[in-house]
Design a protein around this ligand. Sequence first.
Ligand SMILES: Nc1ncnc2c1ncn2[C@@H]1O[C@H](COP(=O)(O)OP(=O)(O)OP(=O)(O)O)[C@@H](O)[C@H]1O
Ligand SMILES: [Mg+2]
Length: 324
Amino acid sequence: MAKESFEKEIDIWTEKYRPRDFEDVVGQKEIVKRVKAFVESKNMPHLMFAGPAGTGKSSVALITAKKLFGDKWRENFLELNASDERGIDVVRQKVKDFARTKAFSGPFKIIFLDESDALTREAQQALRRTMENFTGTCRFILSCNYPSRIIDPIQSRCAIFRFTSLSEKDIEDIIKNIANKESLKVDSKAVKALYEVSGGDCRRVINLLQASASISDAITDETIYQIVSAANPQNIKEILEKAIAGKFIDAREKLLDVMLKQSVSGLDVIKAVQREVWNLSISDDLKVRLTEKIGEAEFRITEGSDEFIQLEAFLASLVLFGKK
Ligand SMILES: Nc1ncnc2c1ncn2[C@@H]1O[C@H](COP(=O)(O)OP(=O)(O)OP(=O)(O)O)[C@@H](O)[C@H]1O
Ligand SMILES: [Mg+2]
């Protein structure tokens, strides 16, 4: 039994149902139309995707790269996160390394800089120079929540696209599609609850839907509210304790559960883990070694590795440490 569940692949629905094509993007019609036109002409300026979380910014950037570069999109698309504490120098070095080689297919490469409004003004000045230096070979897509936090010289170099929170109807469409494919029954009150709780953040809707589906195939508004209220950062400690006690499968399941219910990213989990490690009843020596592992996982996640796999690997090392 345990073996079976270990081998069972864990689907993360936000990835499974991430739009693959411009036509799959719900809402954001004007944006999709204009970005599609850039792709068709194989030419585009730097872009700025602004707007709230879970509205399709990363998805549209990915689709853009896939459409422009086809099979070769990975070689021509660099994803960076500006909120990465190691700062603008790392970003600039990576851009340099990436930009040095000519684009494999297509006239330029794309650098997607997530959370660009996390950069300080000085860092943004440096970014602006980098953008100027590599305009010949690269196009930037800057993603941010608040465009007003981006300095004017960068704003004026970008075509700005304002993503809006998805409407109740959009959210309903997304829920219906997933419910259909996963054979779920989601009643109309549950749809309303999902919309209200999420505030139009599609990632949160899908995560809550997946968490609900693990409880029942028939989802009501009560299921949703129950899940939302059960979300608790304390759960992280429980996950760590399970892993150290050698209960890998349990720990992994609980981890997925927390990520879905709280709609937290891998990076958020890692930060919470870092805080919780010091509250565990384990030796100081072990705490130090775990902290080192946390650093590794954090590094790999910010480098763009699959976050769930990195967290799983981290849990696996906890199990191994726990055995010693
Ligand atoms: N407009 C949309 N149409 C269909 N699915 C969407 C849309 N927006 C978001 N989603 C779903 O939500 C998930 C997260 O979306 P995405 O990563 O594109 O959000 P984002 O705008 O980049 O958010 P953040 O600001 O948090 O990075 C996607 O994998 C997809 O499943
Ligand atoms: Mg994103």
